[in-house]
Design a protein around this ligand. Structure first.
Ligand SMILES: Cc1cc2nc3c(=O)[nH]c(=O)nc-3n(C[C@H](O)[C@H](O)[C@H](O)COP(=O)(O)O)c2cc1C
Length: 185
């Protein structure tokens, strides 16, 4: 078991970092370890809602082109569309994070929370392995296309696209406000 102070130090050291060396490959064993960490998060009713797509190599361009074409068809700003075409080449690995829908609104929400908890496991796991990671939001309107691209089941919600690789630069520190706790006795 690790000391709680070690866990606190790991959580505190973690930074979202997109300043990644796109040419420094991450080995498959390390990617798998990070993916497995997501599976260790709690989920209600054992629905196992987590879906992951590991996007590497040319698939990163195909993903960017796919999303950019949807953005263009929606009339998004041309500069944003252009940027999206090559966006995923910024890291050697992009992990698509999906949550299966449930059989009610409440279950779908719980599934989403479970996958979000898994995302934090991934971020901490990457930090512990000396890797940089950033959780980015999927483009509006692109959910189903990204889900199909990853061969996820229909109605899978895309919660994020996680850039992963070795840091090219250290991310700047984030000021956190005091923890908002209501103490009740
Ligand atoms: C649900 C979610 C979506 C996010 N989407 C983006 C994003 O689209 N682009 C981005 O640069 N960062 C994104 N982030 C990262 C946050 O901006 C980042 O966590 C925040 O700046 C705090 O930095 P820290 O993670 O180093 O504490 C997202 C984070 C979360 C939790």
């Amino acid at each position: 078991m690790i000391e709680s102070s070690e866990l606190a130090a790991l959580m505190s050291a973690r930074r979202s970092n997109i300043l990644i060396d796109a040419n420094a490959a991450v080995n498959v064993a390390d990617i798998t370890t990070i993916c497995d960490a997501a599976m260790l998060a709690p989920n209600h009713k054992r629905t196992w809602p987590l879906r992951l797509g590991v996007v590497q190599g040319d698939a990163r361009s195909r993903l960017g082109e796919l999303i950019a074409d949807i953005m263009a068809s929606q009339g998004d700003h041309p500069s944003k569309v252009l940027r999206t075409r090559t966006k995923y080449l910024r890291a050697p690995v992009v992990i698509v994070l999906g949550a299966r829908d449930g059989d009610s609104g409440q279950r779908s929400r719980e599934n989403r929370y479970a996958v979000a908890a898994g995302a934090q496991n991934m971020l901490l796991s990457a930090e512990a392995m000396g890797l940089a990671m950033l959780w980015s939001s999927p483009a509006t309107g692109a959910n189903d296309a990204i889900s199909d691209f990853c061969n996820f089941e229909h109605h899978t919600e895309i919660l994020g696209l996680m850039y992963l690789g070795y840091a090219a630069q250290v991310a700047s520190d984030v000021h956190r406000p005091p923890t908002p706790i209501t103490w009740l006795t």
